[in-house]
Design a protein around this ligand. Structure first.
Ligand SMILES: Nc1ncnc2c1ncn2[C@@H]1O[C@H](COP(=O)(O)O[C@H]2[C@@H](O)[C@H](n3cnc4c(N)ncnc43)O[C@@H]2COP(=O)(O)O)[C@@H](O)[C@H]1O
Ligand SMILES: [Mn+2]
Length: 658
């Protein structure tokens, strides 16, 4: 920072005033009037300099006296020889006096009096130093902890030179052991239909990349744990360096291809900032679960404060699921249901066809399949699935099927079970109060793992590769009791699948068709589903208006709706879907207002991870379909914030640029 003098030393002014006086005397002989004017002005100048100087001396004297009262030891040891660098400041932060040590370390024999202390402590401020008990400050290649004291007429700042200790601390931090756990995501999928030698070729190629990364780049070493799992031991400095390259090892692994032209991918969980190696390993495990839960092909770093940083995660991932797991979960879930007095099923806020469809499927499995009492907790006023809800209305067999969150709170007991479907986020569930009130919770979800996930669920059935929660429930029901579903309920589940797959276009895997085939056998009616998607003419018009008003920025279509209208959520979601059919649009964002909230619906065809982008707004979802809600803002502010996020994050969220 440039030094700026607050006041100047007086000798120059004395000289100038004296010079003026001499000039005045010399003009006496030439012109009496000129002499009178010049003499008066120079006498006034001398007087002004003397007064200012006196004022300054008093200022310095009082500042030093006040400082002495604060700083000096009982024996009034010589202030100037005080071992720590000290600066006495006036009330504007101007340096009025410094001791020898300060001059040694800070001013290199230059006179620093009159400088603002800000020049020596930037970017920290005097106010910060005075309010904190020890502020880290660096000057040149030295590092200090600065302490400040207020005095009667300013302040005193003294500095403890801890360059050496900070250096050791930095080295300690950089050398701290970090454990990373690596999982080869798709070994089986890459080699499933290939010759025997293919498995060992791909495995050894992936292993070679990991091993050279571990030793040559990360200064550590790699150990194979079990087939497809590895442990890397390295240090914090190397993790920091790998971060700056955004973990390029992911790209090196992705360059390895199987016979079916599929790329190999790995997921890495890193435990950073832990106190011990045991803790680091535990955090690495949690981070690896996170990375896998978000679709793999990425790095998750568990930080000291329990938060995560993510890198990569741009591939769609291959369907990687295990029917045995589904069967085991169905059996365990049945046991929990049978040992509960009542089962509550709850989806996410602004429930849609998938969350309601999945809830209806679970309701049928519990009530008809296991003959236990169950209710679906829903806020009908916020639901986007009213067309589906209406099909269950006024039917005697579905009486009391849907209850409000308040009714659930009144009816639940400590022996109740809560099944959360189509979300795993504590803040996105239909009612966080119900989530808190029921101790035993089961989660069934397909969204990419969020940091705010429900903790301590007795079953956390999470399949980021499944198309929808309805597909997952469709499979579970078959194992709980295959004949539990009737035509109406099977249709509800099919509606959920068709919503999330955009009629079997996106995220549609083999198991999506298998689950749909089962639902069809149970009588699911595709024409009924089509009717559930029908919009009113008004909604249709609003949607078209949103699409027509979109702008394109960096190949992303952005539409804003400043007006609120019925079904704005559905119109916005559909507009976001539709914007993807415009040429060269890689992602779409629709910003709209609902009450005191601004929401964003984002979509992509897969080469932009919109989930990563909307996480910046506290939202989530999937790689190609995500949402977020922002409180107390305006559509134009959210649009500006989105542009900033696109400027800073679009490259890392896009496949092409990576
Ligand atoms: N705050 C959040 N945290 C985590 N995840 C979030 C959050 N906000 C949204 N999400 C998830 O993001 C995606 C996209 O949400 P969206 O609102 O843009 O789209 C959902 C529905 O609004 C939309 N939809 C509902 N009815 C219709 C219809 N008739 N036609 C077209 N679209 C419709 O479909 C999306 C359903 O997504 P699902 O929840 O995955 O089933 C979404 O995943 C949110 O959960
Ligand atoms: Mn949903």
């Amino acid at each position: 920072m440039k030094k700026r003098r607050i006041w100047a030393t007086s000798p120059v002014y004395y000289l100038m005033a004296g010079f003026m006086l001499i000039m005045a005397c010399l003009s006496f002989k030439q012109n009496k009037i000129l002499f009178a004017v010049e003499f008066t002005v120079s006498v006034l100048a001398v007087a002004a300099v003397v007064v200012t100087d006196l004022h300054y001396r008093v200022h310095v004297y009082t500042a030093i006296r006040a400082a002495r009262r604060v700083l000096s030891a009982e024996d009034q040891r010589d202030f100037d020889q005080f071992a720590l660098p000290v600066a006495v400041l006036g009330n504007l932060g101007d340096i009025v006096w410094t001791n020898a040590r300060f001059r040694d370390l800070f001013s290199e024999d230059e006179d620093s009096r009159g400088d603002n202390i800000a020049a020596y402590i930037y970017p920290k401020t005097l106010r910060q130093i005075l309010s904190e008990s020890g502020t880290a400050v660096s000057y040149g290649d030295k590092e200090f902890t600065a302490y400040g004291l207020r005095t009667g007429s300013g302040s005193v700042v003294y500095f403890v030179d801890d360059t050496y200790y900070k250096q050791i601390h930095r080295e300690y931090r950089e050398k701290r052991t970090v454990i990373a756990l690596i999982s080869f995501d798709n070994r089986e999928e890459l080699t499933r239909d290939s010759s025997g030698g293919e498995d060992s070729r791909i495995t050894s190629e992936v292993e070679a990349v990991l091993r050279s990364w571990a030793t040559d780049t990360m200064g550590g070493f790699l150990r194979r744990l079990t087939n497809g799992r590895y442990m890397l031991i390295t240090d914090d400095l190397h993790i920091e360096e790998a971060k700056t390259k955004r973990f390029a090892v992911l790209d090196r692994v992705r360059a390895i291809k199987g016979e079916n032209n599929l790329s190999a991918t790995v997921s890495i969980g890193i435990g950073r900032g832990a106190d011990t190696a045991t803790q680091s390993e535990w955090h690495a495990r949690q981070a690896l679960d996170m990375a896998l839960g978000r679709g793999g092909d990425q790095v998750a770093v568990h930080l000291r404060d329990g938060t995560y940083e993510f890198f990569g995660g741009l591939s769609k991932g291959v369907e990687k699921r295990d029917k045995v797991r589904t069967r085991v979960i169905a059996a365990t879930l049945s046991d929990h249901i049978k040992s509960s007095d009542r089962v509550f099923i709850m989806g996410h806020t602004n429930s849609d066809l998938d969350s309601v469809g999945a809830a209806v499927g679970m309701w049928a499995a519990v009530t008809r399949g296991l003959e236990c009492r169950a209710s679906i907790v829903i806020d009908r006023n916020r639901s986007l699935a009213t067309s589906l809800l209406n099909t269950f209305e006024h039917q005697p067999e579905y009486e009391n099927m849907f209850i409000t969150p308040q009714e659930a709170l009144d009816q639940c007991t400590q022996r109740s079970l809560l099944i959360v479907v189509d979300t795993h986020s504590t803040s996105f569930v239909e009612s966080p109060d119900v989530l808190r009130a029921i101790p035993r919770v089961v989660v069934i979800d397909h969204h990419r793992m969020m940091v705010t996930h429900i903790q301590n669920a007795i079953i956390f059935y999470h399949e980021p590769y499944a198309s929808s929660a309805s597909e997952m429930v469709g499979e579970l029901v078959q194992y709980i009791n295959g004949s539990a579903l009737n035509k109406r309920e099977a249709t509800a589940l099919l509606a959920g699948i068709m919503l999330d797959t955009k009629n079997f276009v996106l995220k549609t895997g083999v198991r999506t068709f298998e689950a749909s085939a089962y639902l069809k056998r149970r009588g699911a009616d595709t024409v009924e589903v089509k009717k559930m998607f029908a919009n009113s003419l008004d909604t249709y018009k609003e949607r078209s208006q949103l699409v027509a008003g979109a702008e394109v920025y960096k190949n992303c279509a952005i539409a804003c709706s400043n007006w609120e209208f019925p079904n704005v959520r559905i119109a916005a979601a559909q507009a976001a879907d539709e914007l993807l059919s415009i040429q060269n649009v890689r992602a779409s964002f629709v910003i709209f207002r609902t009450g005191n909230e601004i929401s964003i619906s984002a979509r992509s065809l897969g080469d932009v991870n919109v989930q990563i982008l909307l996480e910046e707004f506290g939202g989530g979802g999937h790689l190609n379909m995500a949402g977020a809600q922002i409180k107390n803002s305006t559509t134009s502010d959210v649009r500006k914030a989105l542009i900033r996020v696109l400027d800073s994050k679009l490259a890392q969220a896009s496949k092409r640029e990576n």
